[in-house]
Design a protein. Structure first.
Length: 378
């Protein structure tokens, strides 16, 4: 049973989910973070174990290249958007490093050093996005990473002696299993495609976006959809859901994606389509806008798509005093609603992307009092 001890050393957090990137600030938080996530713990220990097994220059080159990648992309990740490719690389690092150990491979040093640098960069960027420019956090993260590399080196040397040597391969297999588990688990807990059910969305609940909506229909009656759901106070799970979907569609989650999601939910509720093909969504962007990225948020919230012909980026620009205009048409009832983002909202939207992480961007945008107006057109 003694050969199982090294495997157990790899998995003290296997029973708890990764806490995510919404961490605290400062040196102590950075120091603790690699120890609280199975992805970091396994990958960083595996680098040390592999370095010990390869021996020679690899004992310094592998940990050094991994740390160099962490430092370089950790700095680049400050205030950046989370990236799905980076998350895939983080998980790939566990599977690849574990696979090399499990199969007792001895790749050329230049190959493993390059892989270590790439994997270190992915780990650094993934958690630099949540550090909001906090150098203390990155320093703690680097020191914890170096400590785990040292622990892996010690573990590798220990396993390389005598009758414990056969435990290396099951140790690598355990790392591969951990990587596969991390790869599969997010798919079980999050939807992968936003779309309307064929029977239509559930409009029993209502949405207060915390914004000043203009509900002037041009008639004496008023908007019947009472808004009581405050996006600024949304549950963490709901916010994480939107961030995951927005990043998957757009490649990152910025303030314009958050704005598009909030507009899309308002338009979806107002038009109340019965089925996915009843709703037509179009968007016009002002020429001075950096990009028409709001449309990606509209797609996430409504399920409209270019392929289905239910999402249109209009070639005509938005009016001079507006940042963008989204139009929602219920093709079954003929009801048309228009959500307008005023140009005056742009400075605050731009500022929301500075030194913030995706969760902070969501809450800033959701709390904007004058993000958009919503009105019914005739």
């Amino acid at each position: 049973m003694r050969f199982l001890l090294p495997i157990l050393l790899l998995a003290p957090t296997a029973l708890i989910a990764h806490p995510g990137h919404d961490h605290g600030d400062g040196f102590a938080a950075g120091l603790a973070h690699p120890l609280l996530g199975l992805d970091h713990l396994v990958a960083m220990l595996a680098v040390g174990v592999l370095a010990a097994r390869l021996g020679g220059h690899a004992r310094l080159a592998l940990p050094g290249s991994f740390l160099g990648g962490v430092l370089a992309l950790g700095l680049l990740g400050f205030g950046g958007a989370e990236n799905a490719l980076v998350q895939h690389l983080v998980i790939a690092s566990i599977i690849v490093l574990g696979g090399v150990l499990a199969l007792a491979l001895r790749p050329p040093l230049v190959v493993v050093v390059a892989l270590a640098a790439i994997f270190g960069a992915a780990h650094g960027y993934a958690h630099g996005t949540g550090a909001a420019g906090d150098g203390g956090y990155l320093l703690g993260f680097l020191l914890a990473t170096a400590a785990l590399h040292c622990a892996g080196l010690a573990l590798g040397h220990w396993l390389g002696s005598g009758r414990l040597a056969p435990a290396v391969r099951p140790l690598g297999a355990a790392a591969v299993a951990a990587g596969v588990w991390l790869m599969v688990t997010p798919e079980a807990s999050h939807s992968v495609a936003p779309s309307l059910p064929d029977g239509g969305p559930d409009h029993a609940h209502s949405h207060d976006h915390g914004h000043s909506h203009d509900h002037n229909h041009g008639h004496s009656h008023s908007h019947d959809h009472a808004h009581t759901h405050n996006h600024a106070a949304a549950a963490d799970s709901e916010v994480a859901h939107w961030i995951d979907l927005g990043a998957a569609v757009h490649g990152g989650f910025g303030s314009l994606i958050a704005a598009g999601i909030i507009l899309g939910e308002a338009g979806l509720e107002a038009t109340a389509p019965e089925g996915r093909f009843d709703l037509l969504v179009s968007y016009r962007s002002h020429p001075d806008a950096p990009c028409p990225c709001v449309i990606d948020g509209l797609q996430v919230a409504t399920g409209a798509s270019l392929g289905q012909g239910t999402l249109v980026l209009e070639p005509d620009p938005a009016p001079a005093d507006t940042f963008g205009v989204a139009t929602f048409t219920n093709r079954a009832t003929g009801a048309v609603w228009q959500a307008t983002i005023p140009m005056s909202a742009w400075p605050e939207l731009a500022e929301a992307n500075t030194d913030t992480n995706p969760h902070e961007r969501w809450h800033i945008v959701a709390g904007m009092a004058d993000l958009f107006t919503l009105e019914r057109l005739e």
